[in-house]
Each structure stands twice: as C-alpha cells, then as structure tokens.
Design a protein around this ligand. Structure first.
Ligand SMILES: NC(=O)c1ccc[n+]([C@@H]2O[C@H](COP(=O)([O-])OP(=O)(O)OC[C@H]3O[C@@H](n4cnc5c(N)ncnc54)[C@H](OP(=O)(O)O)[C@@H]3O)[C@@H](O)[C@H]2O)c1
Length: 256
C-alpha cells in the first residue's frame, strides 16, 4: 500500500484489459494523480468511477484521444501536465492495436492497417516520451513500455503487431541508452499471455481461460513505477516469469 504515494502517472490504453488493471493497481498504491487515456470515453468514465471507489482522493484525469493522431498525442501530454501542475513521474505506454482479425500474413497485410498498428504501437510511444520527457527530467521519473514475446520472435500472422513490438524493444533500448544519467529510467515489460479483448481477437479459436487475468500481472509495473526501482534502468521484464525473468533484480540494477 502507498508505494506510489505522491506520484503522478499517465497510462495509455487504460480503458480495457491490462491498462485498466494498471490504473486500478496504481490507485490502490496511493498514486496522487492518474491520467487515463484511450479513445472510448464511456469505458474511461467507467474506469474513473472504479478508481474513485478504490481511492477516493486520487485525482483522475480522463483523456479521450486517438493515439494515431499527432494533435491528440500533443493534447494528451499538455492536458496532463496542465492538470497535474507540471508533474509527471510515471509514463506507461500500454495502448496497442492488434490489427485485422483473423491476422493476415504480411503478403496479404493491408497497408492502411499496417500503418495504423505501427502508429498506435510504436510512433505514439515515441512521441509521448518525447513530449513528456522535459517535465519528467525535472524530478526524475519512470517510463515503462509494454512489449510482447511477439517483439522478440517473428510469429507467422502476427504481422504489423509483432513488428511494432520489435520496434518497441529497440526503441526502449535506444531511449534507455540516451537517457543514462538523466534521472529518468526506461524499462520495458512483456506481460505474457492475458485474457483480454486483444488476445481473444488475435486467437479466437483458443480457450481464453488458459491465459492470465491482467489483474494478476500488475506487480512488476508497480515495482517499476515506485521509488524502490529508482536505480533500475534499461531492463526487460517478463511479468509472469519467476523473478520477472531477471536472474536477480539486484545484480541488474544500473546506477544512473
Ligand atoms: N493480451 C495479451 O495476451 C498480451 C500479451 C503480450 C503483450 N500484450 C500487450 O499488453 C498491452 C495491453 O494489451 P491488452 O491485451 O490489455 O489490450 P486491450 O484489452 O485490447 O486494450 C487496448 C487498449 O488500448 C487502447 N487503444 C487501442 N488503440 C488506441 C488508439 N488508437 N488510441 C488510444 N487508445 C487506443 C484501447 O482503448 P480504445 O479502443 O477505447 O481506444 C484499450 O484501452 C499491449 O501493449 C499489448 O501489446 C498483451
């Protein structure tokens, strides 16, 4: 409890699935303010009500935005910083698009869908980090990008989604290298298979009950958002693996 006391966070894709559970978990940990971002305003309002039940004193900012649009991305950061008096401690780039379902092979992949997935999953996190960084550097902060095992293995049919996650892996490493000694840490998390709308759309013939409840994979995100990880930088985590896929957390801590 209260591991995020006093912190201000922004979570994209917070209307559904993992992002919604992250918002609830962050509120449970006493976050001072949280901006929840997605396109669907009704679903975001439902999440806001849930957050007020969990933590009545948390400042909840609903930002309806289409992350494929540059003007929306700029508005997301500007509105958040304005409402939180210039404070932003944690940025979670979680929103993602899976692309067409059933998932076509690259040879048949429509260009418009390819662009939409790359814009949502890769270009949006790039721009959000770029825009949020000046405020985050002021007080130090944590950037957490959500990746996937489809970002390290080229699975047939996972097309633009997988390619976007390969991009997130590389972009996270590059930001991390460039932000050494900046006070802002960058880490990335593969949450593993979860029972969400996205995964059900990707693999409609599979039994979704075999996949984790997204509420059960939030712990590593709280760790990375909290001060206890303030020296952890440039690392990849796997939310459902023992030790989150790290040999020992301590040995991988990088002093900034
Ligand atoms: N589910 C899995 O098994 C799994 C496995 C590995 C990694 N992941 C990763 O985990 C993260 C969360 O996935 P999930 O399964 O929770 O997905 P999800 O349930 O489909 O939720 C996706 C979220 O992203 C938002 N979003 C999508 N396109 C958007 C856009 N253009 N602008 C703004 N918001 C947008 C959606 O809201 P709106 O539609 O209202 O905009 C929604 O809130 C993703 O990064 C995903 O790649 C998931």
């Amino acid at each position: 409890m209260n591991r995020l006391k006093g912190k201000y966070a922004l979570i994209t894709g917070a209307s559904l699935g993992l992002g919604r559970q992250l918002a609830i978990a962050f509120a449970s940990e006493g976050v001072a303010g949280i901006a929840i971002v997605a396109r669907g305003v009704e679903a975001l309002n439902e999440v806001r009500e849930r957050l007020y039940e969990v933590a009545p004193n948390t400042q909840v900012l609903v930002v309806s935005a289409d992350l494929t649009r540059q003007e929306d991305l700029e508005r997301v950061v500007a509105t958040t910083l304005n409402e939180f008096n210039g404070h932003l401690d944690v940025l979670v780039n979680n929103a993602s698009a899976i692309g067409p379902s059933p998932m076509p092979f690259l040879l048949d992949y429509p260009l418009e869908d390819f662009r939409n997935v790359i814009n949502t999953n890769l270009v949006a996190p790039f721009l959000l980090i770029k825009k949020a960084l000046p405020a985050m550097i002021e007080n130090g902060g944590s950037i957490i990008n959500v990746t996937s095992d489809a970002g390290i293995n080229g699975y047939p049919g996972w097309g633009a989604y997988g390619i976007s996650k390969f991009g997130i892996e590389g972009m996270s490493q590059t930001w991390a290298a460039e932000l050494n000694d900046s006070g802002v840490r960058v880490n990335w998390v593969d949450p593993g298979d979860m029972n969400t709308a996205m995964h059900r759309a990707a693999e409609p013939d599979e039994d979704p009950n075999q996949w984790a409840n997204p509420a059960d994979v939030t712990e590593v995100f709280i760790y990375l958002a909290a001060d206890e990880s303030q020296n952890v930088h440039g690392q990849r985590f796997q939310a459902q693996e023992e030790n989150w896929g790290q040999e020992t957390l301590r040995s991988l801590a990088v002093t900034q």
